[in-house]
Design a protein around this ligand. Structure first.
Ligand code: TA6
Length: 300
């Protein structure tokens, strides 16, 4: 990994600075006219996004641990090339290896007051133990009054590859009692807490207990309505067929050890994904891009 000095020299721009926050854990801090943000090179994981005049939109656990090679509790972990437990090998890491690998920052661009960071996950031999395919993986994060992600996979192997993925976004909410999620009404979902039983959503989602659901064929916008922060977070995706809604609630949250005693009350994951029935198959040389944009709107 390049040193902080080398990185600051390479990406010499007033709104960009690199720091080593915790023992070798390098972050890039972004400041522009619309927002501030922080992204770790570990996992290309966005850790915070604060639009001007807004409460933080992305949640980060007060008990988060920052170690290279481990995913941080909160932010936007990149789940790739599989979502959840590996379908065959139970010893393989949950949510794949992209979120715990070091990514390379390729470029920084500024356009209309927003800052675009382009990261690449360089293929390494040890990855083939988990996934014996040649690939290209890039993530562009665009930070401004909105926040957007483009996760692009190219199959560089000679065979078709199966892929599941998610941008596992932890949203900062005023309190779990004050939010509801709209836009998933009528969709079928797999309930992970009841052996992935297939169910159907009726009306908005209120979080009143541990919730862990994969909504299938979810292509319309999702909305997190938060009466405590008096705002709506609109989630607009493209190339994402699944939406995962997760809150561990108190007991499972406390068992995680890095979510904080009451962390479950101030976070809610609504993840843009391609998972379960919606996993992808990429032909040789085929590319696929998962896009998502988060927009802050007043609560109507
Ligand atoms: O996206 C929901 C989920 O799959 C839950 O089942 C829970 O495992 C969560 O992800 C967090 O996973 P992690 O490996 O980050 O602890």
């Amino acid at each position: 990994m390049k040193s902080i000095t080398e990185l600051n020299e390479q990406f010499n721009h007033p709104g960009i600075s690199f720091a080593e926050e915790w023992d070798g854990f390098v972050v890039v801090d972004v400041v522009n006219e619309h927002a501030t943000a922080r992204v770790a090179l570990n996992g290309a994981q966005l850790l915070s996004w604060v639009p001007k005049g807004e409460q933080p939109v992305i949640w980060l656990s007060e008990d988060a641990r920052f170690e290279m090679g481990k995913s941080v509790r909160g932010g936007v972990p990149v789940c790739w090339p599989w979502f959840g437990a590996h379908r065959i090998e139970s010893t393989f890491p949950a949510h794949g290896f992209a979120r715990t690998s070091e990514w390379e920052l390729l470029s920084v661009d500024h356009d209309e007051g927003a800052t675009a960071l382009l990261f690449r996950l360089n293929e390494r031999r040890e990855m083939h133990h988990f996934w014996p395919h040649s690939f290209e993986l890039a993530l562009q994060i665009t930070i401004g009054s909105e926040l957007s992600f483009e996760l692009k996979t190219r199959n560089c192997s000679g065979e078709a590859i199966e892929l599941s993925e998610a941008l596992h976004t932890y949203f900062n909410i005023s309190d779990v009692d004050h939010v509801k999620v709209k836009g998933l009404d009528g969709l079928h979902y797999l309930d992970k807490l009841e052996d992935f039983q297939r169910k159907q959503q009726s009306g908005p989602i209120h979080i009143e207990r541990e919730t862990d659901r994969i909504y299938l064929n979810a292509e319309a916008d999702s909305l997190i309505e938060d009466s405590g922060f008096n705002r709506t977070i609109r989630i607009t995706s493209e190339g994402s067929r699944s939406t995962v809604v997760w809150n561990p609630w108190q007991e499972s949250g406390a068992r995680m050890g890095d979510l904080g005693e009451a962390g479950y009350r101030s976070m809610l994951c609504v993840e843009s994904a391609n998972a379960a029935d919606n996993r992808l198959t990429l032909a040789p040389s085929e590319t696929h891009t998962l896009r998502v944009t988060y927009t802050i709107e007043p609560l109507i």
